[in-house]
Design a protein around this ligand. Structure first.
Ligand code: NAP
Length: 323
């Protein structure tokens, strides 16, 4: 089973990005042998795109897994894989971007990233606790200068492409006013339960490729429902098509013209998630999916510690819910 690829605009390389990648995030950010083994399994199955972030604390383990895969001959060279990492808010300051990407590259034991993203449209005081966020640590994001430093990462060859994550149309428009290199990508929460139609249209117009995170509704939390995997509409479509609900959700994302990063530690499910490229959803399926009630899962508020008084601060400027 091979995974289709998409060429990113404003990229300094000809390496195309596989539209399906393996996610490495998951709270709490612990690293164990099972997670590392999952990377090996993914490579064995044919995954070549891995999504990480300094926040996830998984970069060193991912670097080791890649080195092992090279050593075992599962991949021939570094250029066979596509690695994304992200700048966390504590480093979203003009003078901290280059040190942050260099630290990420040291962690991964790589010379360059294929894609480097601003993780969140927000800055935190340098050295602040990365997560949960304390509202008093939030400081204004100097987007023009931080993006300038991201551009320097690309000019220096430390990242082949640069982009953003969790950016609304308003934030992208602000960035485009001064950007010399436009963002190649906006990575956002996207699935049939959070469809982001206007954002997707806007990104298309601007030549910015959308990558879906939480494409299956996100990681499981005790006591909370997964609105994607438990959707009746998706379940009905999956039965009629002889596919799984997960496959219907991923196929729907693919048919929006977006890529996706999915996380699974289970080799069977990794394989299942690759089985979305040789069939289609019908117009009727799309119509039914378009009527699913919408619900966003991740927002800046959800990153605050539970003790924080959510009413005492105004996060409107940094929040990521698209209007
Ligand atoms: P997700 O990929 O939507 O869902 C992951 C969950 O789905 C895991 O619990 C996994 O369990 C389960 N799963 C995987 N395949 C399945 C299948 N075929 N059937 C049933 N369950 C399945 O959620 P996510 O981890 O939030 O998002 C994916 C990646 O996006 C992250 O790992 C991270 O790299 C990235 N991300 C980025 C941001 C950002 O701000 N940019 C935010 C969140 C996530 P098993 O492991 O047991 O299979």
């Amino acid at each position: 089973m091979s995974i289709p690829e998409v060429a990113l605009s404003s990229s300094s390389t000809t390496r195309a990005m596989p539209v399906l990648g393996m996610g490495t995030g998951g709270y709490p950010f612990t690293v164990d042998a099972k997670k590392k083994l999952a990377i090996r399994h993914a490579i064995e199955l044919g995954y070549r795109h891995f999504d990480t972030a300094s926040l996830y604390q998984f970069e060193p383990a991912l670097g080791e897994a890649i080195a092992e895969a090279l050593h075992l001959g599962l991949i021939n060279s570094r250029s066979d894989i596509f690695i994304t990492s992200k700048l966390w808010c504590t480093d979203a300051h003009p003078d901290l971007v280059l040190p942050a990407i260099r630290e990420t590259l040291r962690n991964l034991k790589l010379d360059y990233l294929d894609l480097y993203l601003i993780h969140w449209p927000m800055s935190l005081k340098p050295g602040a606790c990365p997560l949960p966020i304390k509202s008093e640590d939030i400081v204004p994001l100097d987007l023009k200068s931080v993006w300038g430093a991201m551009e320097e990462c690309q000019r220096l060859g430390l990242a082949k492409s640069i982009g953003v994550s969790n950016f609304t149309r308003k934030k992208i428009a602000e960035l485009l006013q001064t950007a010399k290199i436009p963002p190649a990508v906006n990575q956002v929460e996207l699935n049939p339960v959070w469809q982001q139609k206007t954002l997707i249209e806007f990104c298309k117009e601007k030549g910015i490729h959308v990558i879906a995170y939480s494409p299956l509704g996100g990681q499981a939390w005790p006591g909370s429902k997964n609105l994607v995997l438990e959707s009746e509409v998706l379940n009905d479509i999956s039965k009629a098509k002889g596919k799984t609900v997960a496959q219907v959700s991923l196929r729907w994302i693919y048919e929006q013209g977006a890529s996706m990063v999915v996380k699974s530690l289970n080799k069977e499910r990794m394989k299942e998630n690759m089985g979305i490229f040789d069939w289609e959803l019908s117009e009727e399926d799309h119509l039914k999916i378009s009527q699913i009630p919408q619900c966003k899962r991740i927002s800046t508020y959800s990153l605050l510690s539970p003790q924080e008084s959510r009413n005492s601060i105004d996060l409107l400027d940094v929040d990521i819910v698209e209007d």
